[in-house]
Design a protein around this ligand. Structure first.
Ligand SMILES: NC(=O)c1ccc[n+]([C@@H]2O[C@H](COP(=O)([O-])OP(=O)(O)OC[C@H]3O[C@@H](n4cnc5c(N)ncnc54)[C@H](O)[C@@H]3O)[C@@H](O)[C@H]2O)c1
Ligand SMILES: CC(C)(O)[C@@H](O)C(=O)O
Ligand SMILES: [Mg+2]
Ligand SMILES: [Mg+2]
Length: 346
């Protein structure tokens, strides 16, 4: 840890692998985060057992990946640390099914604090409750680990009954590759509010809306969908890669001064104060629980809006033209990468 930041940020040297050595981790779920945590922990020498429903398509996949698999209740009963990596909306039911297997001194671990912060799960006394929330999609958590880079994460402790909750969480973060990049200490509340805001306003919702609006503007003006796809979606990755590597300055340095002047002068007119007001509103709905209540009710009703939004997004023209263009990339026939083969939700 260095004292140059406003909050504690932990690195490999701050973690003590003894805090997790000899323990068994039950990874419940083998989706985006689940497969990455399970495989990274396993590669780091931690005893892992994956918890899945008997009818899960992921069961065979996890076994093919060399992991032990059991039902969630059996896995939790055997484990010292139970990592809750099923979707947020099914976690309360899964928790009910496994809670008898949580013994005093065990740890219930999350990758996102939704169900603790919004009171959907009430952990028993005597159990540590921690969070390591990787700041990445799960498939890249695995890719970065394999490629010897790392992924930042947030660490929070909600219940520290043993006195060792934080040390164990840090050792877990190290084992999945996060202390290589930096682990920020926070609270469940702060993780939930920043994570939901970020994915809605910027990372997932904001960027896809921006891309689609740009694409639609060009196509409606008579330009080809292929050109609009390359301009507004494909190049986004290449531009963001530069920001990832060296901040916005590296991106501005690499683009032309025409792009830099146009971007700096016109960009704030496109994403202006109105957008900032919308962001404030989205943050408020996260902070006051309105978004959580909406999402919980949406699931109780069988996801009518989600189903509609999901279908409309997948059917957008940009997806169709993009899939045809990507299929003709010269490297498209290469062996699938590990994350392309990784399990999807089932
Ligand atoms: N997706 C991400 O990259 C990401 C990033 C950070 C944090 N998180 C958090 O990680 C957690 C897991 O999210 P995810 O996106 O990896 O989930 P996911 O949708 O990819 O997980 C699906 C897995 O859960 C299993 N599953 C579903 N219902 C189940 C049930 N009733 N019983 C047992 N298993 C069941 C499925 O079989 C599958 O293996 C969530 O708390 C999420 O907020 C996710
Ligand atoms: C990967 C994200 C968007 O950062 C995560 O928060 C999620 O919910 O999937
Ligand atoms: Mg996130
Ligand atoms: Mg999230």
């Amino acid at each position: 840890m260095t004292d140059e930041f406003t909050v504690p940020v932990y690195y490999d040297d701050d973690a003590d692998s003894d805090a997790i050595a000899g323990k068994t981790v039950a990874v419940l779920g083998y989706g985006s985060q689940g497969h990455a945590h399970a495989q990274n922990l396993d590669d780091s020498g931690i005893d892992v057992i994956v918890g899945l429903r008997k009818d899960s398509d992921s069961w065979a996949q996890a076994e093919n990946d060399g992991l032990r698999v059991a039902t969630p209740d059996d896995a939790a009963a055997e484990a010292d640390i139970v990592s809750m990596l099923v979707p947020d909306t099914v976690q309360p039911a899964v928790f009910e099914a496994i809670s008898d297997g949580l013994e005093e001194g065990d740890t219930l671990q999350f990758a996102h604090g939704f169900n603790i912060h919004y009171n959907q799960i009430h952990p028993p006394e005597g159990v540590d409750v921690t969070m390591i929330a990787p700041k990445t999609p799960g498939h890249l958590l695995r890719r970065n680990y394999v490629e010897d880079t790392g992924t930042p994460a947030l660490l929070a402790v909600y219940q520290n009954e043993t006195g060792g909750a934080k040390a164990e969480a840090l050792a877990y973060a190290q084992a999945i590759g996060c202390t290589r990049a930096g682990v920020v200490e926070t609270t469940f509340r702060e993780e939930v509010e920043t994570d939901l805001f970020g994915e809605q306003a910027v990372l997932c919702g904001g960027i896809t809306s921006l891309i689609k609006k740009g694409y639609e503007t060009l196509v409606d003006a008579g330009y080809s969908p292929e050109m609009a796809y390359f301009e507004c979606l494909n190049e986004m990755k290449l531009i963001v890669d530069l920001m990832y590597e060296g901040g916005m300055a590296e991106m501005w340095n690499s683009v032309s001064d025409t792009a830099e002047y146009g971007g700096l002068a016109v960009g704030p007119e496109i994403v202006g104060e109105g957008v900032r007001e919308n962001m404030d509103e989205a943050l408020e709905a996260v902070q006051n629980g309105e978004f959580a209540r909406e999402w919980i009710a949406e699931n109780q009703a069988g996801r009518p809006s989600y189903t509609q939004l999901h279908a409309a997004d997948r059917n957008h023209d940009i997806e169709e033209v993009g899939s045809r263009l990507r299929a003709l990339f010269s490297w498209a026939d290469e062996e699938p990468t590990e994350e392309a083969e990784a399990p999807a939700d089932d």
